[in-house]
Design a protein around this ligand. Structure first.
Ligand SMILES: *[C@@H]1O[C@H](CO)[C@@H](O)[C@H](O)[C@H]1NC(C)=O
Ligand SMILES: *[C@@H]1O[C@H](CO)[C@@H](O)[C@H](O)[C@H]1NC(C)=O
Ligand SMILES: *[C@@H]1O[C@H](CO)[C@@H](O)[C@H](O)[C@H]1NC(C)=O
Length: 395
C-alpha cells in the first residue's frame, strides 16, 4: 500500500511538473523553426519563412532588414512598412501567412519580388510583445544571398602604370561580386609576367626590377563562376632608351636607276622615341629627309608583327643606283638615350622577266662597299641567262 501511494504521489508530481512546463510553453509565443537561408539572383523572387506558435493578443510578427546603415522594419504582421512599388500587379514586398494543418503554428512568409543587389543581407523575424522590452522578444535571423557577376572597381584598379627601369611596384585589380571573385593576372601578348610565371593569382601583382620586357598590356580577370567574368586591362610603360631592331639587316636591289628598295626598322622605347634614318658621310652623320630620293614612313602600329609599344618605320629609296649601296642607320632617340639599327643596301642581279634584257645591268660607278661578289655574279649570270634563252630557242 505504501508503495502504491508513493507511486501515485510520484506520478502526480511528474504530471504537475509537465503541466507547469507545457502551460508555460503554451503561453509563451515563440519562433519554432529555423529560417532557411536563400541563395538567389537579381530579378528573381525570394521567400523567407518565419514559423511561430502560441501567439496571443498583443503579439505581432515583425520582419526587419539588418541594413548595415541601420535596421529597417519591413513588415508588421501583414502590413508592409517600407516603400512598396507595384509593378505588373506584383508588389516588391509581401507577407503571406500559412496556418499549419493542426492550427497550432503559423508561417509568416516574407516574399521579395524582383530581387535587387541591395536586398542581399540578413533578415530578422521577431515576435513583438506588448509590455515586454524589445531585447526579450523571440527572434531568429535568416539570410538572402544575391549572387552577382563580378564588376571591376575602377577607382582601385590600375589601368596605366609608368615605371622607371629597375624600380619596383605592383598592379592592383579590385573587383566586387557575390561570392567574392578570384582575381588572376596574365599578359595580353602571352609573354611571361614579371613574376616569371604565365599566371598570377591575387589582387595585387608585384613587379620587381622593372625591365623593358615588362612594357605591355596586362589583363586581370575577376571570376566567381557567375557569368560573365569581369576583365580589366592595364598598360605598363617602363621608361627606357630606344631599342631598334631591323627586319632585314641587308637588303638587295638591282641598280638600274628605276627600282625602289625598302628598309624597315622597329623601334621600341618609352617615352616614345623620335626616329630618323641616317647615313655617314665620313665621320659625320646626316639625316635623310623626304625627297624624290627618300620616303620615310611610319607604318600603322596595329600590325600583328609588333609587340606592344613598338613602332615600325620604313625608308624607301627610289631609283636605286650604285651610289646608293651603303649602310643606312635607323636611329631612335628619347630622353633616356639613343638606339641604332643598321641596314646594308647591296647590289643584286636578280631580275625576272624579259625586262631584264632591256636594262642596263652594268654598275654606274661610285659604289664602294658592295662592288665585289655581287657584280662578279652579274658578269657571269648575264651570259648564262643568254645561253639558256638560246638553248630554249633552238629546242
Ligand atoms: C515556407 O512555408 C511554406 C508554407 O508552410 C512552405 O510551403 C514552404 O515549403 C516553406 N519554404 C521553406 C523554404 O521552408
Ligand atoms: C577561387 O579559386 C579557388 C581555387 O581555384 C576555387 O576553389 C574557388 O571556388 C574560387 N572561388 C570562386 C568564387 O570562384
Ligand atoms: C634626341 O632628342 C633630344 C630631344 O628629345 C634632342 O635634344 C637631341 O639632340 C636628340 N639627339 C639626337 C642624337 O638626335
Amino acid at each position: 500500500m505504501a508503495t502504491y501511494y508513493s507511486t501515485r504521489q510520484y506520478l502526480l508530481f511528474l504530471a504537475t511538473v509537465f503541466g507547469i512546463i507545457s502551460l508555460g510553453q503554451c503561453q509563451e509565443p515563440g519562433i519554432v523553426e529555423d529560417i532557411l537561408p536563400v541563395v538567389t539572383r537579381v530579378g528573381l523572387t525570394a521567400r523567407l519563412n518565419c514559423t511561430v506558435a502560441r501567439m496571443t493578443s498583443g503579439t505581432a510578427v515583425q520582419w526587419t532588414f539588418k541594413n548595415p546603415r541601420g535596421d529597417e522594419i519591413i513588415s508588421i504582421d501583414k502590413d508592409i512598412q517600407v516603400l512598396n512599388e507595384l509593378k505588373g500587379g506584383i508588389k516588391d514586398f509581401e507577407v503571406q501567412t500559412y496556418d499549419s494543418v493542426r492550427g497550432d503554428r503559423t508561417t509568416y512568409q516574407l516574399v521579395i519580388s524582383r530581387i535587387r543587389p541591395e536586398f542581399h543581407g540578413t533578415y530578422e523575424c521577431s515576435i513583438t510583445i506588448t509590455g515586454v522590452i524589445a531585447e526579450h522578444w523571440p527572434r531568429e535571423t535568416g539570410t538572402i544571398t544575391v549572387l552577382q557577376a563580378p564588376t571591376i572597381r575602377p577607382g582601385s584598379t590600375d589601368s596605366v602604370k609608368m615605371l622607371e627601369k629597375g624600380s619596383s611596384s605592383s598592379l592592383v585589380c579590385d573587383a566586387f561580386g557575390v561570392p567574392s571573385p578570384n582575381i588572376t593576372w596574365v599578359r595580353s601578348d602571352g609573354k611571361l609576367l614579371p613574376t616569371g610565371k604565365a599566371i598570377f593569382r591575387g589582387r595585387t601583382m608585384p613587379i620587381a626590377f622593372a625591365d623593358v620586357d615588362f612594357s605591355g598590356v596586362y589583363k586581370c580577370v575577376a571570376d566567381n563562376s557567375i557569368k560573365p567574368p569581369a576583365i580589366s586591362l592595364a598598360q605598363v610603360y617602363v621608361a627606357q632608351e630606344p631599342t631598334v631592331r631591323v627586319l632585314q639587316d641587308s637588303v638587295g636591289q638591282f641598280a638600274n636607276g628605276q627600282l625602289k628598295a625598302k628598309l624597315d626598322c622597329i623601334v621600341q622605347g618609352y617615352p616614345t622615341p623620335s626616329v630618323e634614318w641616317m647615313v655617314y658621310d665620313g665621320p659625320r652623320r646626316r639625316a635623310l629627309t623626304d625627297s624624290d630620293k627618300f620616303d620615310t614612313t611610319k607604318q600603322a602600329t596595329d600590325t600583328q608583327n609588333l609587340y606592344n609599344g613598338e613602332q615600325w618605320y620604313t625608308l624607301t629609296i627610289n631609283y636605286v643606283q650604285a651610289l646608293d649601296f651603303r649602310d643606312y642607320f635607323c636611329v631612335g632617340n628619347n630622353t633616356y638615350g639613343e638606339g641604332v639599327g643598321k641596314v646594308t643596301l647591296f647590289s643584286t642581279t636578280e631580275c625576272q622577266g624579259p625586262l631584264c634584257y632591256s636594262m642596263d645591268v652594268s654598275p654606274s660607278g661610285g659604289s664602294t662597299k658592295s662592288f665585289g661578289f655581287a657584280h662578279i655574279w652579274t658578269v657571269f649570270t648575264g651570259p648564262a641567262l643568254c645561253l639558256i634563252a638560246f638553248i630554249k630557242y633552238r629546242a
